[in-house]
Design a protein around this ligand. Structure first.
Ligand code: FES
Length: 238
């Protein structure tokens, strides 16, 4: 497949990388890796509007593939943006939030440590928008209770320093906001993608949840986006 397109954000040398069973393309942390432009809609198919997003809880949608979950978060206040970050694929700059007030961000919900992720039964990773995280000592963080990694969604998803070994930032999901309609679109990813490892690690679970090969299919047109508490049965807090 040759649908991956790349938009140059700054100039570092691209390295070759492949995604088993999907496609092979250039992976460069500094560049946005473009996928289908997909509109975020609610569970009834109506476009999500940034003006009506919760600030206390994250939403879940799948992108760029049918089996790869992501967090949509309204931070409530606009992050400064232009955060310099480093992942296993190199350096990149996180641009900041989008939406009418610039407060909306999105990240892969697959933990950058050992790939824990939310499924319909349970999630070890969640956004604590108003409740203080015991591990972080504050609210406004993404916490993975599997091994207590904390990520800051206002700082490009970078790991918050703790006594835990450093872990790369969460993969950024790049969003576009239509100011005329207040609608949101996912358009690509930025940072270190771990899709190949994810599909390998959870091959059986993903087959059971989505059907054979479906989890690896690229999203198109729209992606249903619901509150994490609606999506999953049990949400760990730590
Ligand atoms: S898998 Fe998330 S902290 Fe280890």
């Amino acid at each position: 497949m040759d649908r991956r397109r790349f938009i140059k954000l700054c100039g570092t040398t691209a390295a070759l990388a492949g995604i088993q069973g999907l496609q092979v393309g250039q992976a460069n942390a500094a560049e946005m890796q473009k996928f289908n432009r997909v509109k975020l809609v609610d569970d009834k198919g109506a476009p999500l509007k940034t003006s009506s997003l919760s600030t206390t809880e994250a939403y879940i949608f799948t992108y760029p593939f049918k089996g790869t979950p992501c967090f949509l978060i309204n931070l409530g206040s606009k992050p400064a943006g232009n955060v310099a970050l480093t992942c296993n694929d190199g350096d990149y700059v996180w641009p900041g939030g989008v939406g009418g007030k610039g407060t909306v961000v999105a990240y892969s919900a697959i933990c950058a440590h050992q790939l824990s992720y939310p499924n319909k039964e349970h999630t070890p990773i969640s956004y604590m928008g108003s409740e203080s995280s015991k591990v972080a000592g504050r609210a406004g963080v993404i916490v993975c209770c599997e091994h207590n990694r904390v990520y800051d969604p206002a700082e490009g998803g970078k790991m918050v320093a703790t006594d835990k070994k450093a872990t790369p930032p969460l993969l950024t999901i790049m969003l576009e906001h239509d100011s005329a309609t207040d609608e949101l679109f996912a358009v690509g990813v930025l940072g270190g993608a771990t899709f190949e490892e994810f599909f390998k690690s959870y091959k059986n679970e993903l087959r059971e949840a989505y059907g054979t090969g479906v989890a690896k299919e690229e999203m198109a047109d729209t992606t249903p986006t619901v509150l994490l508490s609606q999506y999953t049965g049990v949400c760990d807090r730590c």
